[in-house]
Design a protein around this ligand. Sequence first.
Ligand SMILES: C[C@H](O)CC(=O)SCCNC(=O)CCNC(=O)[C@H](O)C(C)(C)COP(=O)(O)OP(=O)(O)OC[C@H]1O[C@@H](n2cnc3c(N)ncnc32)[C@H](O)[C@@H]1OP(=O)(O)O
Length: 710
Amino acid sequence: MTMENNSTFTLERHDNGIAFLKMDVVGETMNTLRAEFAEEFSAVLDQIKGDSAIKGLVVYSGKDNSFIAGADITMLDACETAEQASEIASQGQAIFDQIEGLTIPVIAAIHGPCLGGGLELAMACHERVCSDDNKTVLGLPEVQLGLLPGSGGTQRLPAIVGLQKSLDMMLTGKHLRPKQALKAGLVSDMVPKSVLLNVAEELALSGKKAKPRKSPMVEKALDSNPWGRKLVFDQATKTVLAKTKGNYPAPLKIIDAIRVGVEKGRVKGLAREAEHFGRLVKTSESKQLRNLFFATTEMKKETGVDGVEPAAISHVGVLGGGLMGGGISYVTANNAKLPVRIKDINHTGISNALKYSFDLLNKKVKRRFIKKSVMQQQLNMVSGTTDYSGFNQADVIIEAVFEDLALKQQMVADVEANCKPGVIFASNTSSLPINQIAAQAKAPENVIGLHYFSPVDKMPLAEIIAHDKTSNETISTTVALAKKQGKTPIVVKDKAGFYVNRILAPYVNEAANILLSGEPIEKIDRALVNFGFPVGPIKLLDEVGIDIGAKISPILEAELGERFKAPQAFNKLIDDNRKGKKTSKGFYLYTGKKSKQGKAVDEQVYRLLGVSPQSKLSEQEVSDRCVLLMINEAVRCLDEGIIRNCRDGDIGTIFGIGFPPFLGGPFRYLDSLGAKQVVEKLKNFQSQYGDHFTPCEALVAMADNEQSCY
Ligand SMILES: C[C@H](O)CC(=O)SCCNC(=O)CCNC(=O)[C@H](O)C(C)(C)COP(=O)(O)OP(=O)(O)OC[C@H]1O[C@@H](n2cnc3c(N)ncnc32)[C@H](O)[C@@H]1OP(=O)(O)O
């Protein structure tokens, strides 16, 4: 056995003729591909080509828990021109072509994330085997960075998994777990990690090619003729445009690069892919999406308070088995893998909360994501009670009862009386000040806000609200719990509405003002959806509950001032028991066929509000009025220290409200518009529509001093 050591790539030859090429980027937690590795990589490949004793090659990673996480995103950020970025893509293509061109069997042995350029490398190998570990995922997530796979992915993936599956993977950026990768034909075997290299070695030795994936008849028929393919591409384009509203350039470029490859051959396809890659790297959309990647990666490492370690958590209690309590229990057991005990005043509440977990897990079983036995294990971790029995083990109690201050204060007292000393009391309130909830606590340092967004299992944000007496350890322990539950937490100050609801309120109120001025509901919602929000503000009110908005507004108005005054006319809707989707009566119709529900406006709303709808404003004016108010309030929050920095403000808005990711969040968007222009627009709206548009002092100062947020 001989060994040669290169810095990133190491070639090890076994006596049986199989060589092992290990990639291990020194000093990094994860392997990524960088242009500077090209020369070394090519030299190793030349060595392999020149050594007739090598009969097969296994490519693997020297990292414990990752294969290759793709091209180094920092390197892409540093590209000054589209040509430079395009060159990086072409260089990757050339090296991967060399791998594919090796005349010996080349097997990729994959354990851990194998993404982007990592999967492109693996696809250039002749076969792929992966570990069956939870950490192993395969995918081309470039679209989520506003890019396309630039090193052959748009050409090789369709050839391996078929046109439709490859479009689905590249247009969504989804990660496939080992079983899914096997089913799709992306890997030819899935084995325990302990034998991964042996299996890959055997495969290389045998030189046998795995049986090609059997594509279903319909897929075969569509993929194999020009008309069928046209149908597939047309449908993909239609879906993309409906989803992106033209705001994201990458998906259409992905379709184009695949189409060129399929119709004009690999060489032309690769050229088109590299060209698009270069241009996309330089788009503002990709830049913002990359910023988002860097921001979330940075946040994964934070503890909430520098230098303060979280306490260990072994059990969690949840008070209230409603929709929020059920969701919180689910993410605690399923994501954080912690046993949860739910307390409700009656058994119906408990069974509803248990059903929440059951329904979600059952869906996973039906889709074959998990086995029934795993579902049972998960369900065993959630139990219920109508008293405090079993709560003495809990390290954290999360309260999700009605928004009633006296009730929440009572919960604090009950928990202090019935649970162990030092237990953290985390309130899921969306509006009540935490200091008031903690007002009569014996240990106010253990009381904190932990505000989730509905539906809890889907929404990625959690606001962590420390009041002035919350201890640093309580903050860091709560941050750690939220992260384990799969949330991205932002630590915010204890003031009405915290951050997310505070900036959401003026946005929604303005949409209501626009509606009351006579603009049609669909038009208002369409303007904001075209701007890039997942739903329009009026539809959002239906989803959240018109009564919830009406409940929060007076709290905000009392503490923060008149600019939070909600239009009184909306009370007429609540008097009509028109609270939105939950009452099957809202701004939209919720009767009839399920697929049609929530699609058409309920014209009765106009009558109730005394409005005769007539479209007068441009979509741009509608979205500007709502969004600029949100930005103005976000800047106020920053100025008041409600959020710690612009990054938290951007992430909170994108993850909590669905602010368009391609714009980077309110602060990044403000930078792209320029504070001066935003102030001018706000002043203009102020003269037309009232003082709630007054630009805040901090924003005016930014404009005067020509400052930016980042
Ligand atoms: C030409 C090609 O087609 C173009 C491309 O390949 S573009 C890149 C495509 N790849 C991606 O988008 C994957 C991005 N990475 C991820 O999604 C996640 O990091 C992951 C799922 C791989 C792992 O997640 P997780 O285990 O939570 O680890 P995470 O904290 O995110 O990352 C660990 C480290 O790897 C780094 N990293 C991961 N992927 C990276 C990448 N593609 N570029 C640069 N750094 C990366 C992170 O910055 C972090 O660095 P640090 O330890 O110094 O802070």
